[in-house]
Design a protein around this ligand. Sequence first.
Ligand SMILES: [Ca+2]
Ligand SMILES: [Ca+2]
Length: 264
Amino acid sequence: MHGRSIFLVALLLLTPMSQFIDASAASSGRAMACTGDICLSETMPNPNGYDNASWPGGEWVELHNSGTTDISILNWQLSNIASKTLDLNSATIVGYDSQNSSTWTISAGDYMLIARNGTPTSQFYLSNTADALDLFDSTGTRVDQASWNGSNSGSSKIADPANAAYDWIDESNPSPGLANGGGATGLIPSDLVISEVLPDPWPSYDNSTWPGGEWVEVSNTGSSTIDLTGWSITDSAGNELRFNETHLVGANASILMVLRFMVF
Ligand SMILES: [Ca+2]
Ligand SMILES: [Ca+2]
């Protein structure tokens, strides 16, 4: 008995101190206040269906630009509690288009979605139990961290409004790509309405250039002019299409928008 006790003491003394330091760091991993304009705004660690499904299924992370300038998030990185990393690039930025820098640039006040998009668990995942999710900018500087200790299937996680250092809380009404709190039901009355859509054109392909392809018609039902600057539409997967010169056809009371990149 005596000999075994000595052996255990010796084993403890020989155990590298780094093991204890690591354990301490893990237990203190927790949310932090965002230090820049681009912040983590919502995460889906435990989606309905497979966690590693391809987008629009699977896990996702929403970023928000709270600043006043547009910021590229290309080559930024997410890292989980196990130091598994996900690069923000063509494979993970939802809606990425190599010909259009706006698809990887978050406009001031806007949101952007990052999807795990089938990335193997060996490379990256969002833990359904305890996790600490870091956001690093393209220089490797950590700008934000979210943490949680559990998750419910289909509920997202958002920052606790009580304290930025608290674990994130459940949000039963996820809002990928949109401001938190309202979700798909956060409608505001407007004179501008969707009046007609063509989701399945024929004989052209869905993504054909106008006058082929999908389109959406919006109408101004009011009596005053509406400036469409800054307006956009999104689909159920969170893909966003802005009302701009690429997608607006004509400029009268009723305006057609050509959906070149979206499939409903
Ligand atoms: Ca997960
Ligand atoms: Ca959101």
